[in-house]
Design a protein around this ligand. Structure first.
Ligand SMILES: [Zn+2]
Length: 367
């Protein structure tokens, strides 16, 4: 399988994030993608290729041009404004409740860069640094290059996207995400094939951005397995009653899951999601692939082990659609490479062959 990777992600260098008011070491670090790239190179069965540039049009096909303009301008504007830190994080965030009872005319992007950052932000854990825009554009190009490979006839391709994308909505960034790589890929597939497209989101978190972007679309099916939002980020979306509206009624399936979930429980939920996708027309499935479902993940609370990713990859491919697989989350650095390798080998029909990082078991615990 081809793996689309760009070194431009290294410029999106994060050291700190603010979560619940506390500044802590960043989870979404460059080492994530580097671990995965190294494990896939060591496997010998993957070919690493660089993305080709696809321009802005595929991005603004799903995102507000204002989000693109903001992300492009944010860091230079922060510098011009004399911003004192080496990252930009908003001070205030435009809650929907701030405008309660007021007409939409008052919901407008303010002129200052600090104000713009908060107008478009979901949270304070998604800093913008000097290399963020170039990295986010390269992640989109990786997703679109993987799409090109699959539409060109390959049964599957993997975009090693960093930063991830599924929390980014039409006009909003957040959850470590800036552009929604999976949504951009799905839209490109829908435009170029004229077919329905299915998105399987197996990141630990609900992909609120992907759900929102395709909420009223009947031609793009979104199926997500995720930690129940009654206890986990993003809290406000990801509930089972969210099934789409208008032409999109029935084209959104949320499967929220409990803490401590086992491999067996996960595979049962997966089969439910895959049954829905198998019933959908269209020859291509986009996979939002996260490994924060792993038992040792510092953010998640599921109990999955590396071998189950091989089975998830195998069952996903067995649906019979071609796969555009795009990296989302996953933060247990020592296991990320082997988990990605297991998933992709399963999708290719190659045997499970665990190669845990030195000093670790396939369960992710210290040997
Ligand atoms: Zn996640």
């Amino acid at each position: 399988m081809r793996v689309v990777y760009s070194p431009l992600h290294l410029g999106h260098e994060l050291r700190l994030q603010t979560i619940m008011g506390v500044q802590v070491p960043a989870d979404e670090v460059a080492g994530r993608a580097e671990r995965i790239r190294a494990a896939l190179e060591a496997d010998g069965g993957f070919e690493i290729v660089e993305p080709t540039q696809h321009g802005e049009a595929p991005i603004t096909a799903v995102h507000d041009p204002g989000l693109l303009a903001f992300l492009r301008d944010a860091w230079p504007a922060a510098r011009r404004a004399g911003h004192r830190h080496d990252f930009l994080v908003p001070e205030t965030i435009a809650s929907v409740l701030a405008y309660e009872g007021m007409s939409d005319a008052f919901r407008r992007e303010p002129p200052s860069i600090g104000g713009r950052a908060g107008y478009r932000a979901l949270d304070t854990s998604t800093p913008i640094v000097a290399g963020t825009y170039a990295a986010a554009r390269a992640a989109v190009d990786a997703a679109l290059t993987a799409t090109d490979l699959v539409l060109g006839g390959e049964p599957a391709a993997y975009g090693l996207c960093r930063p991830p994308g599924h929390h980014a909505a039409r006009s909003m960034y957040g959850g470590f995400c800036y552009f929604n790589n999976a949504a951009i890929a799905a839209q490109a597939i829908a435009e170029r094939t004229g077919e329905h497209v299915s998105i399987l989101d197996v990141d630990y978190h609900h992909g609120n951005g992907t759900e929102q972007i395709f909420w009223r679309r009947g031609d793009v099916l979104y199926v997500s397995l995720h930690a129940h939002p009654d206890r986990q980020y993003p809290y406000f979306l990801g509930w089972p009653e969210e099934t789409g509206e208008g032409p999109g009624v029935g084209a959104n399936l949320n499967i929220p899951l409990p803490a401590g979930l086992s491999n067996e429980g996960y595979l049962e939920a997966l089969d439910r999601g895959l049954d829905r996708i198998a019933a959908e027309p269209g020859s291509v499935m986009v996979v939002s692939l996260g490994f924060d479902t792993f038992g040792q993940d510092p953010i998640g609370d599921f109990a999955l082990t590396t071998d189950v990713y091989h089975e998830v990859g195998r069952r996903s491919a067995a649906v019979g659609k071609r796969l555009v697989v795009l990296q989302e989350g996953g933060y247990h650095l020592p296991s990320l490479g082997d988990n990605a390798r297991a998933w992709l080998r399963g999708a290719e029909g190659r045997p499970y062959d665990p190669q845990p990082a030195a000093g670790y078991t396939p369960g992710g615990t210290r040997a």
